[in-house]
Design a protein around this ligand. Structure first.
Ligand SMILES: N[C@@H](CCC(=O)N[C@@H](CS)C(=O)NCC(=O)O)C(=O)O
Length: 223
């Protein structure tokens, strides 16, 4: 039986998952209707949503799912068992792509101008992210994955995606959009987890161009 938002709120409150007040989006003078976001401070997909929300002036109440009660809350809400999940506009929304689409639909795109190939770019970045995440999880679970054909294929796929994005350049150092947000989140996460050698990705200039932007600087991955 599915739960309504009020029941889920009561369930999650009962689990006493701490809201991470210190992690709310960087303060903005104009705060639009907020969003409750279930996720971690390390996930590149959660960070993507946090950056977009900060760019649009949407306040984020981040509920940490890295704890045992947080995981229980997540599993009670989503059969996918992945973060992010958002409570937004009175609805429960799964998957960063859909949450971002809902944010754009509710609030417009703010400074994140669309580019024609954006969906293709983000699809490619997600494929690289998912490839390295799969290796990260296997290593963390103690599976001797490195050097196997599966691992080599994921690493080669990731290298091909970064090379495709880097030359001729498909990401911008002058216009900040969803593709730049997504690539920065993926690369910063790979570096943070030592999961992939990002210095060979050919995207240092893109990362450097946006590093000091408040939405980016205030959401760096941290355990
Ligand atoms: N397509 C999803 C991917 C989300 C995803 O892979 N999240 C990871 C954290 S970065 C996760 O929750 N993984 C848990 C698991 O695989 O068990 C999205 O864009 O939100």
């Amino acid at each position: 039986m599915s739960m309504g938002i009020a029941q889920r709120e009561a369930f999650v409150d009962g689990l006493r998952v701490p809201d991470q007040d210190d992690l709310h989006a960087a303060s903005v003078s104009r705060t639009l209707a907020g969003m409750k976001l279930f996720g971690t401070t390390t996930s590149p997909y959660v960070r993507r949503v946090r950056i977009v929300a900060a760019e649009l002036g949407v306040e984020v109440e981040l509920v940490n799912t890295a704890t045992e009660p947080g995981q229980a809350a997540l599993r009670a809400m989503s059969p996918i068992w992945k973060v992010p999940v958002a409570e937004l506009g009175g609805e429960l929304v799964f998957d960063s792509r859909e949450i971002v689409a809902r944010l754009f639909a509710l609030h417009g795109r703010g400074p994140l101008a669309p580019v024609p190939a954006e969906a293709n770019l983000v699809n490619a970045i997600d494929a690289a992210t998912d490839a390295v995440i799969s290796l990260f999880y296997l290593r963390r679970d103690g599976v001797a994955i490195d050097g196997t054909p599966f691992a080599d294929r994921q690493l080669a796929r990731t290298a091909a995606i970064w090379a495709w994005l880097a030359g001729p350049p498909r990401l911008s150092t002058t216009a900040f959009g969803l593709a730049e947000v997504s690539a920065i989140c993926a690369l910063d996460w790979m570096e943070f987890r030592h999961a992939y050698p990002v210095e060979g990705a050919g995207l240092d200039a893109v990362r450097a161009a946006w590093r000091a932007r408040p939405s980016v600087a205030s959401t760096l991955p941290r355990a």
